[in-house]
Design a protein around this ligand. Structure first.
Ligand code: ATP
Length: 237
């Protein structure tokens, strides 16, 4: 199942500071979109507002036709919106399997179908071997796989990913990005914040450039890849 994510004029403030101002975009169902921007531009703030971890001070967020702006995060997950947060946020003293099982609670069926864990192990065979290992003792790349896996078991229609390759070797980063493409190929709509702007644009259909809380450029990812402003600011060319 897939769903369109529709973001309309959202604003988010931290006290007096407006970190996100009047941001609007659409991620059509089944597509991948990337948010590109410098440190502090407001990328994580947008993802956290979409998942409900941050309150909006204006605007609205719709999943398909439904306005989800005022739902708490735990009610957005069973509706099909899952987030892989920055920094993974695993339970280090629980096993890989237990961390993945937490994602089952986000399923509309209330987590009865443990067979979906196999879907994650097919995606990341390395996790099958390590199902009984404490998550805190995994390598950074393996932890990222668990964080993505935990979101996948919730059976999302829209997946939000915040810097999924942060701290990974180039090889593992590539594995993670290819897995994100593979997840998208199953029909899941993806919104990606990614430090490797070149690869992010390569795997995305659409992209938005964010500067100090506002979208300043937006278009097909292939067009942004050739835009002189993007090349100068984010691709070092
Ligand atoms: P990075 O790429 O460095 O992760 P980002 O684009 O994700 O950056 P955000 O983390 O969304 O940026 O931050 C946007 C702005 O909001 C920054 O100026 C940041 O200092 C500010 N900010 C973020 N979180 C908070 C907070 N909890 N309290 C106050 N200000 C915050």
């Amino acid at each position: 199942m897939s769903q369109t994510l529709d973001v309309q004029n959202i604003c988010v403030s931290y006290g007096m500071v407006e970190a996100v101002r009047n941001v609007s975009f659409r991620v059509p169902k089944g597509s991948i979109a990337a948010i590109v921007g410098a440190n502090g531009a407001g990328k994580s703030t947008i993802l956290n507002a979409l998942s409900g971890l941050r309150n909006l001070t204006g605007g609205r967020v719709c999943l398909g036709e439904r306005d989800i702006s005022h739902l708490p995060p735990h009610e957005r997950v069973p509706m099909g919106l899952a987030q892989v947060p920055e920094g993974r946020r695993l339970f280090g003293r629980m096993t890989v399997a237990e961390n993945l099982e937490i994602g089952l609670f986000g399923r509309p069926d209330g987590g009865r179908d443990r067979a979906v864990l196999d879907k994650v192990f097919d995606l990341f065979p390395r996790l099958r071997e390590r199902a009984g290992q404490m998550a805190g003792t995994l390598s950074g790349g393996e932890q990222q796989m668990v964080a993505i896996g935990r979101a996948i078991v919730a059976d999302p229609q829209v997946l939000l990913l915040d810097e999924p390759t942060m701290g990974l070797s180039p090889l593992l980063a590539e594995t993670v990005l290819q897995t994100i493409s593979a997840i998208n190929a199953t029909g899941v709509t993806v919104l990606l914040v990614e430090q490797n702007v070149y690869r992010a644009l390569e795997i995305s259909n659409h992209a938005f450039v964010l500067e100090t809380g506002e979208i300043v450029l937006d278009g097909p990812a292939s067009a942004l890849m050739h835009d002189p402003r993007v090349r100068a600011a984010y691709l070092g060319q």
